[in-house]
Ligand binder design. Sequence first.
Ligand code: HEM
Length: 165
Amino acid sequence: MSPHAGPPSPADHLRSVFYRMGLDDKEIVALSGAHTLGRSRPERSGWGKAETKYTKAGPGAPGGQSWTVLWLKFDNSYFKDIKKRKNEDLLVLPTDAALFEDPQFKVYAENYAEDQDVFFKDYAAAHAKLSNLGAKFDPPEGIIIDDDSNVAPEHFAAAEHSPSE
Ligand code: HEM
């Protein structure tokens, strides 16, 4: 193969980035669903349109291109919209499109487009895992700062997902 054969496929790229952090195919697809929120701005990342009918009024700084119509609402519309790819005003990055093109990713993406509850459950678990990656908790069961509180300490699952040293 030529050394100038171009970058790896979007799916290969996603795996090379996420696998080294211990995240699997299901978690890649679930976390990508964060793009149900927010916008891309060409002057920042180089991706997306300068503005669309969904973003031109803001809120905040107007403009950019969203992945979904209601881009301030967290739901599973990202998966429905990138599956259809029918709306010119909505963004689909190559890594978004890969979720319905790669056979392993597609199983999860189809499921999330159909079943919002499964998406919410898998997203919450994957987001917590991503947030806690590399964190070390001592003691592992957590601590209570407020002595008057009867609230049980939160169970930290990070240790299961973090490299030992
Ligand atoms: C899967 C690989 C990913 C790629 C290639 C990617 C790419 C991008 C790009 C190009 C933007 C637009 C940035 C800009 O122009 O301002 C963006 C925005 C965003 N990304 Fe991702 N992203 C990925 C994963 C994630 C993950 C894992 C999360 C969170 C769990 C996430 C959350 C967001 C959010 C919320 C925005 C909107 C930010 C805003 O409205 O200012 N992305 N992403």
